[in-house]
Design a binder for this molecule. Sequence first.
Ligand SMILES: *[C@@H]1O[C@H](CO)[C@@H](O)[C@H](O)[C@H]1NC(C)=O
Ligand SMILES: *[C@@H]1O[C@H](CO)[C@@H](O)[C@H](O)[C@H]1NC(C)=O
Ligand SMILES: *[C@@H]1O[C@H](CO)[C@@H](O)[C@H](O)[C@H]1NC(C)=O
Ligand SMILES: *[C@@H]1O[C@H](CO)[C@@H](O)[C@H](O)[C@H]1NC(C)=O
Ligand SMILES: *[C@@H]1O[C@H](CO)[C@@H](O)[C@H](O)[C@H]1NC(C)=O
Ligand SMILES: *[C@@H]1O[C@H](CO)[C@@H](O)[C@H](O)[C@H]1NC(C)=O
Length: 241
Amino acid sequence: MYDVYAILLFCHLTVLLLAAGNANGHSSDCPDSFDCGSLGTFSFPFTTIEYPNCGALAIQGCKNPNKTALKQVQLTNGGKLLQVTNIVRWRWKTEVTIKDNAFRNLLESSNCNALSYNITVPPSSSFGSFYLKNNITAFNCSHQKNRNISKDFINYTRCPSFDFYFAPSSSDQDYLRSLTSSCSMVQLPVRQDFQFFKDPFGFLTPQITFQFQFSNDCSQCQGRGGYCRLDSHAKLYCAMR
Ligand SMILES: *[C@@H]1O[C@H](CO)[C@@H](O)[C@H](O)[C@H]1NC(C)=O
Ligand SMILES: *[C@@H]1O[C@H](CO)[C@@H](O)[C@H](O)[C@H]1NC(C)=O
Ligand SMILES: *[C@@H]1O[C@H](CO)[C@@H](O)[C@H](O)[C@H]1NC(C)=O
Ligand SMILES: *[C@@H]1O[C@H](CO)[C@@H](O)[C@H](O)[C@H]1NC(C)=O
Ligand SMILES: *[C@@H]1O[C@H](CO)[C@@H](O)[C@H](O)[C@H]1NC(C)=O
Ligand SMILES: *[C@@H]1O[C@H](CO)[C@@H](O)[C@H](O)[C@H]1NC(C)=O
């Protein structure tokens, strides 16, 4: 009889211990901040590859004793590694800047493929989502004379077979819609001191800054002084300390 109790008690304890310990990388033991060599120290929503579930974007190479060693990030499962050049986590500004060398090569050689390059934005999670800061919309259209475009668009007609049109993000929706229906569209990063030169290779940049927007649930949690964490089903919960 006592044996049965002992076994039951033992099982119960094991379950409790497993739940508390979260041995397999779950987020009950997330550090408050992360040291990352020359990138500095940062905090949630950024994390390091050693704590992949502790944030929305996990940086590789932070543990390297060589502080200037390459810091990289993989934006999709199986995607290529991209160099992280800056992280800003300060008050309302939450940004990460990466350098895409494939895109840089296309830009430096004024290759038309740069103008329809599909930038990968880091995936959204229950913590929030990323978006491309300082972007313009680029349209890849078949040749056509006298397209009805807005005055604030610019055109680039030096690529074979296709014409490109660039529209600032503040552009008139009606004009955007008319191009969206007949052309393919991507959004591309532009320099911060961006001016509409005639030449897109002058205003596009391979330094790509993503801004992070916390999800409502996570913002509310942080507003109550809590910490956004993921449970074992990757569902958001608010940890208080
Ligand atoms: C540290 O890493 C940088 C960048 O990869 C490299 O240029 C430098 O030689 C490395 N320094 C040492 C001491 O390994
Ligand atoms: C533009 O769009 C066409 C048709 O979708 C595509 O074949 C081409 O690769 C795109 N990019 C460039 C640089 O022409
Ligand atoms: C860009 O990539 C995304 C996801 O990888 C895809 O859904 C989208 O259709 C692509 N856009 C273009 C213009 O190729
Ligand atoms: C481009 O910028 C606009 C306005 O700032 C933003 O709404 C949009 O999500 C950005 N595009 C991408 C692909 O993140
Ligand atoms: C491109 O813009 C120039 C003026 O900036 C205009 O004369 C020309 O017709 C435009 N070309 C196309 C294909 O829209
Ligand atoms: C050009 O497009 C604008 C916005 O969609 C529209 O108001 C205008 O009537 C169009 N002009 C012509 C000549 O089609």
